[in-house]
Ligand binder design. Structure first.
Ligand SMILES: Nc1nc2c(ncn2[C@@H]2O[C@H](COP(=O)(O)OP(=O)(O)OP(=O)(O)O)[C@@H](O)[C@H]2O)c(=O)[nH]1
Ligand SMILES: [Mg+2]
Ligand SMILES: [Zn+2]
Length: 392
């Protein structure tokens, strides 16, 4: 409610709700509320309160975080990042702002509050989810790189024109489960494979490691399979697409959105490999509602910790481990080891245990490095005590 007695904003709004097509402006106290016939009542009310729209991905989580901050400033969503600048959208019908990220750890998808002068990002609202990997593969200092923030669903994109890569998918699944978003596997370039048996083999191969995670095949060129992918994008939901360069993430997004908003590598190369065409992560709106987040292809997927990612991505092995005779079984040669028994019986591929051990070792090494960061106080997220007794 507007507290200005001379104001007829509420009356105007009521009239607008009745006619659902008028543009209302209350200039006196800074209201600027464009209303279109498509806008639903919650959106109208949200705009009245200077609260971001649910269609932009604003949820009760951010409302609570912002309330704790005293509802200062005007939150906006980071649509794109370019060399230290954020493109921030505060309302779907507004022009985006360009704001500097000086000293702020910002990722695309973040909700941020720009400073009063609009010059820089002042606050990054606590994330609901974040897809984080280790920034550099070789460097000996552990640094986090947040590929995408506040995502609801993550499409892990693999090309059907290459042999299925279970090991890469396992890593991506660990990060996806850790992120808090729901993983979905997308096998792209369906049009390039004619033999249904080949498609079936690839789907089955990835399903073997993607326990309970849906696997869909699609083509950004023929648009086959796109309807299924669209079902994941309900109003205001954000879907991030992740995968190696050249697997067709931008092509899929363009096909889903229905235009060529994103640059793709459309020069057909002999080996079909990408050349890092997308250089900045970017949120693109879906006409039917929801957001797609394009990301530059990543060559290697290095872990960053960690919640329950490993346990969830390897739930099959962890379930077996609960049945080992010894609680501190290392699953090497102990009697009564349920994991080794399953491998022997052919119900668990031996390579699953091998992958798990490798990832746990990588995680343990990272935990040591990160302890330094924790002390420096610059690490977000929850630290998990190292697993005891389950591995050497
Ligand atoms: N035949 C076929 N080609 C595709 C398909 N999707 C993408 N391509 C081609 O694959 C190449 C790379 O596609 P992009 O969409 O740019 O790949 P990307 O994953 O966005 O790559 P980066 O931005 O480098 O990470 C281009 O030549 C596309 O035309 C598809 O479904 N079928
Ligand atoms: Mg791309
Ligand atoms: Zn065991």
């Amino acid at each position: 409610m507007c507290k200005d007695h001379a104001c007829n904003f509420d009356a105007n709004l009521n009239r607008t709700l009745a006619s659902r097509s008028t543009v209302v402006r209350h200039i006196g106290s800074g209201w600027s509320v464009p209303l279109t016939s498509e806008r639903a009542l919650p959106t109208v009310l949200a705009t009245m309160m200077q609260t971001p729209e649910p269609e932009l991905g604003w949820t009760s989580h951010f409302a609570d975080v912002w309330a704790e901050l005293g509802r200062v400033g005007r939150p906006g969503r980071v649509m794109r990042l370019d060399r230290g600048w954020s493109t921030v959208l505060t309302a779907i019908s507004d022009e985006p702002l360009r704001v500097r990220n000086i000293g702020a750890d910002v990722a695309v998808g973040d909700w941020v509050i720009p400073s009063a002068d609009g010059g820089r990002v002042e606050t990054v609202l606590e994330r609901q989810s974040a897809f984080v990997r280790r920034a550099s593969h070789e460097g000996n200092r552990a640094e986090a790189h947040t590929l995408a923030a506040n995502i609801d669903v993550v499409f892990l994109v693999h090309g059907l024109n290459s042999p299925p890569n279970q090991r890469r998918l396992e890593r991506e699944l660990v990060l996806a489960f850790d992120s808090g978003a729901r993983p979905v596997v997308v096998l792209s370039k369906l049009d390039l494979v004619e033999d249904p048996a080949v498609i079936d083999r690839s789907v089955k191969s990835l399903e073997e490691v993607a326990l309970g995670v849906p696997v869909h095949a699609a083509s950004g060129i023929t648009h086959a399979g796109l309807e299924t992918l669209r079902t994941y994008a309900a109003e205001g939901r954000t879907i991030a697409l992740l995968g190696a360069s050249g697997v067709g993430k931008s092509t899929l997004i363009n096909a889903l959105v229905g235009n060529d908003a994103l640059r793709t590598n459309d020069v057909r190369m002999g080996d079909q490999r990408g050349r890092h065409t997308t250089t900045a992560a970017e949120l693109v709106s879906l006409p039917s509602g929801g957001w797609l987040l394009d990301t530059p292809g990543v060559r290697a997927v290095s872990l960053w910790l960690s919640g329950e990612g490993i346990e969830r991505a390897f739930a099959d092995v962890f379930e077996l481990m609960d049945h080992c005779r010894f609680r501190d079984c290392k699953h090497e040669d102990e009697p009564g080891c349920a994991v080794l028994a399953a491998i022997k019986a052919g119900t668990l591929p031996g390579v699953r245990l091998h992958s798990l051990k490798r990832l746990v070792a990588e995680e343990a090494a990272l935990e040591d490095e990160q302890r330094v960061h924790l002390k420096a106080g610059d690490r977000r997220g929850v630290h998990r005590p190292r697993r005891q007794g389950r591995f050497s």
